[in-house]
Design a protein around this ligand. Structure first.
Ligand code: NAD
Ligand code: IPM
Ligand code: MN
Length: 350
């Protein structure tokens, strides 16, 4: 059966960067069948919901899903459950992609694009494994209401044993293919869910972590260490919220958030969801100047993790490196290439 890649371009710069990833997929893996669908604000505008049952169904049947970005000022007044971001969360939950892999590595050509000194980021290569379908993002109860005359807003940070164990297992497996070190982060000094996270990761390590060195760090200290000495990390294991925040910080170490891809994985044999770490960038949307590399590298991860095309993935990764070596730069990297011209540079280097 033919492999299918479902593209969900979404909003803002999403369609601009996904269009470039599509050109590269067509050139590199012509045997993969490419389909497109709507998600986020684009889906809300067309169907009144940010994720239709039909799109979720198509995503479940695809070999892999590549999403651009969702959201934008146009939908800030929309009801929360209809907002673009709700569509993305429903897609992650619907595909049960519980492990979000967010690599942060510094291409040699970009050491000077980082906000940190060259010696701090040269050779940087870390992987954040973020739990993606639980925690405070989904915990109940949550709401904004009034009790005893007091207006309040609240969320629930909650993790269960299987949720922590399955994502810890992935972090250990990934560490084994790297430098064998996992740093698990939480706030066990103040949060019960954080203490539980630490206990569960420790138990999982005893059972599943052979050959892996496990360390624990408070999430705030981790944020500090990420900008002080990022090369100390190999794999960072974090819950949904801390992983979200720490991965944005890690993104900037590499030069631009426009460079960083992610892979979200569920049970073996189920489709992975691939997306740039960046959002819809309303401030530059429609100008054709967004960096398409995060989307292109998300395609690279899809080739590697879902489509079993490791050689094509290696070729694509090398081509992005080569294009950067040759000086190809979008504006966020201090250059002046358009989104399309940046993708052309990658295509030429393939
Ligand atoms: P953002 O990532 O969209 O933008 C942050 C900054 O980075 C902006 O200055 C933007 O111009 C720049 N930037 C981002 N991607 C870039 C690229 N490829 N090339 C060049 N510059 C780039 O984050 P935000 O402004 O906080 O959020 C905007 C909207 O996107 C919100 O609605 C938010 O909810 C949504 N969002 C979606 C996702 C997603 O779909 N996965 C992720 C983050 C934010
Ligand atoms: C991300 C984004 C999303 C998140 C939003 C848009 C729902 O920030 O993918 O990092 O918080 O997970
Ligand atoms: Mn985020």
């Amino acid at each position: 059966m033919k492999q299918t890649l479902l593209l969900l371009p979404g909003d803002g710069i999403g369609p601009e960067v996904v269009a470039q990833a599509r050109r590269i997929a067509e050139a590199l893996v012509p045997d993969v069948q490419i389909e497109e669908g709507l998600v986020g604000g684009a889906s809300f505008d067309a169907h009144g919901t940010p994720l239709t049952d039909e799109t979720l169904d198509r995503a479940r049947k695809a070999s892999a899903v590549l999403l651009g970005a969702v959201g934008g000022p146009r939908w800030t007044a929309t009801a929360r459950d209809k907002r673009p971001e709700a569509g993305l969360l429903a897609l992650r939950k619907g595909l049960d992609v519980f492990a979000n892999l967010r690599p942060a590595f510094c291409f040699p050509a970009l050491v000077d694009a980082s906000s940190l000194k060259k010696d701090r980021v040269e050779g940087l290569d870390l992987m954040i494994v973020r739990e993606l379908t639980g925690g405070v993002y989904f915990g109940q109860p949550r709401g904004i209401d009034e009790e005893g005359g007091l207006r309040r807003g609240y969320d629930t940070a909650i993790y269960t044993h299987p949720e922590v164990e399955r994502v810890a297992r992935i972090a250990f497996d990934i560490a084994r293919g790297r430098n064998g070190r996992v740093t698990s982060v939480e706030k066990s000094n103040v949060m019960e869910s954080g203490l539980f996270w630490r206990q569960e990761v420790t138990l999982a390590h005893a059972e599943l972590g052979a050959g892996v060195e496990l360390a624990h760090m408070y999430a705030d200290a981790c944020a500090m260490e990420l900008v002080r000495a990022p090369k100390q990390f190999d794999v960072i294991l974090a819950d949904n919220l801390f992983g979200d925040i720490l991965s944005d910080a890690a993104a900037m170490l590499t030069g631009s958030i426009g460079m960083l891809p992610s892979a979200s994985l569920g049970a073996p044999g189920t489709p992975g969801l691939y997306e740039p770490v960046h959002g819809s960038a309303p401030d530059i949307a429609g100008q054709g100047i967004a960096n398409p590399c995060a989307a292109i590298l998300s395609l690279e991860m899809a080739l590697r993790w879902s489509l079993g095309k490791e050689k094509a993935a290696d070729t694509l990764l090398a081509a992005v490196g080569k294009a950067l070596d040759r000086g190809a730069r979008t504006r966020d990297l201090g250059g002046d290439l358009s989104t399309r011209a940046m993708a052309d540079a990658v295509l030429n280097a393939l």
